[in-house]
Design a protein around this ligand. Structure first.
Ligand code: TXA
Ligand code: MG
Length: 339
């Protein structure tokens, strides 16, 4: 560590990696209720969960990830009925929730007025905003864990801040091993990209805003509630405070829209690639050009290609439709100038 790097205050843990079962889910739920952190699978990416009503558990999430405190967390709940205790759902929010939950959609809604005796979400979790982001995941292990914990679980992706999100238990261990006590393991995340985030906290009449493209395609959402406002991409004024432009970054530089690759570049292909020349190593997101398959492979393949003997990762063009919107969003961030 040099004199300028920030000291790392996180206590060291022996990280246990346990295959998910009824018994280990019960143990993980008890750990969450005791204020400890648990990494767990969702259909999108692995999350790093902590009791959202506990300031110290939420602070531990920020510390383990080395995440800036101004970047708020998503609350995970088992169903809409529970979600309505922690956020105000207007008619549009209800339609979205009823259509896409459980599943990879996060809704930003207003915080309800504090009620006497009700569980209160830590202000630290929502970085002091008067809105909260809420999601009801569909992964069976996440659902069982949330039911057993019986409280809102704040969970960002289970990786160090600014790095590629984890889609397998080993990705979590590589990024947070020694910094968290427990990883509940259940193989590869089926969607592979984070949830789509929609801000429905505005006054009635203002269109909802897409804050982050993700596992549910924009087209599907617009088919239900009409046109969305698009993310405000001014990097100096983040609307979702997490929308910092350099994010999801592998160690190597990323070159987009590549139609060939140099011998010292790794190639991340998409679709039939037999006419593409070069590349020191080649992985194909989906040889058949299937965007869902590509989304599920994206983060794992970026990690596999991120090796020091290459100069860069060259990525073939990916269509800007369906899940391609979210795939290209993550790739543009991976290619953005590093802070
Ligand atoms: O799929 C997912 O959403 C995964 C899994 C674990 O559920 N979680 C995830 O969390 O991607 P994270 O922390 O990596 O991203 C959460 C995003 C951030 O960009 C944050 O700024 C935004 O949600 N967010 C949270 N609360 C917000 C709020 N009140 N207003 C606007 N944006 C908010
Ligand atoms: Mg993240």
């Amino acid at each position: 560590m040099n004199a300028l790097s920030t000291p790392d205050p996180t206590p060291r843990f022996v990280t246990e990696l346990l295959p998910a079962s009824a018994a280990t889910i019960a143990r993980a739920a008890a750990a969450l209720c005791a204020g400890h952190l648990v990494a767990f699978p969702t259909e999108t990416v692995y999350g790093l969960g902590g009791d959202a009503t506990s300031d110290s558990a939420v602070a531990a999430i920020f510390a383990a990830k080395q995440r800036p405190r101004f970047n708020p967390l998503i609350l995970h709940l088992p169903d809409l009925e529970h979600a309505e205790k922690f956020g105000v759902f207007d008619e549009r929010a209800l339609r979205l929730a009823e259509t896409f939950w459980p599943g990879p959609l996060t809704l930003v809604v207003r915080r309800p007025p504090a009620t006497a005796g009700g569980a209160v979400v830590s202000l630290l979790a929502s970085a002091g905003l008067d809105t909260v982001a809420i999601r009801v995941p569909s992964h069976p292990v996440a659902r069982a864990l949330l039911k057993a914990a019986g409280r809102p679980i704040a969970a960002p992706s289970a990786n160090r801040s600014g790095t590629i999100s984890p889609t397998t238990p080993l990705h979590v261990r590589d990024s947070l091993g020694g910094r968290i006590p427990l990883i509940l393991a259940a193989g590869k995340c089926p969607v592979g990209l984070e949830s789509t985030i929609i801000d429905v906290s505005g006054e009635p009449g203002t269109p909802p805003r897409l804050l982050r493209p993700g596992g549910i395609a924009r087209e599907q959402i617009e088919a239900l509630i009409g046109p969305l406002l698009l993310p405000d991409l001014d990097p100096d004024r983040p609307t979702a405070p997490g929308q910092l432009s350099s994010h999801y970054a592998p160690t190597l530089p990323v070159r987009l829209d590549a139609l060939n690759a140099a011998a010292d570049e790794a190639l991340l292909a998409f679709g039939p690639d037999m006419f593409v020349r070069g590349g020191g190593e080649r992985l194909n997101l989906s040889a058949g050009g299937d965007l869902e398959e590509a989304a599920a492979n994206l983060f794992a393949m970026l990690r596999l290609l991120d090796q020091p003997h290459f100069r860069a990762i060259a990525v073939m063009p990916i269509p800007e439709q369906g899940l391609g919107l979210a795939i290209n969003d993550r790739l543009r961030r991976a290619a953005a100038p590093r802070l």
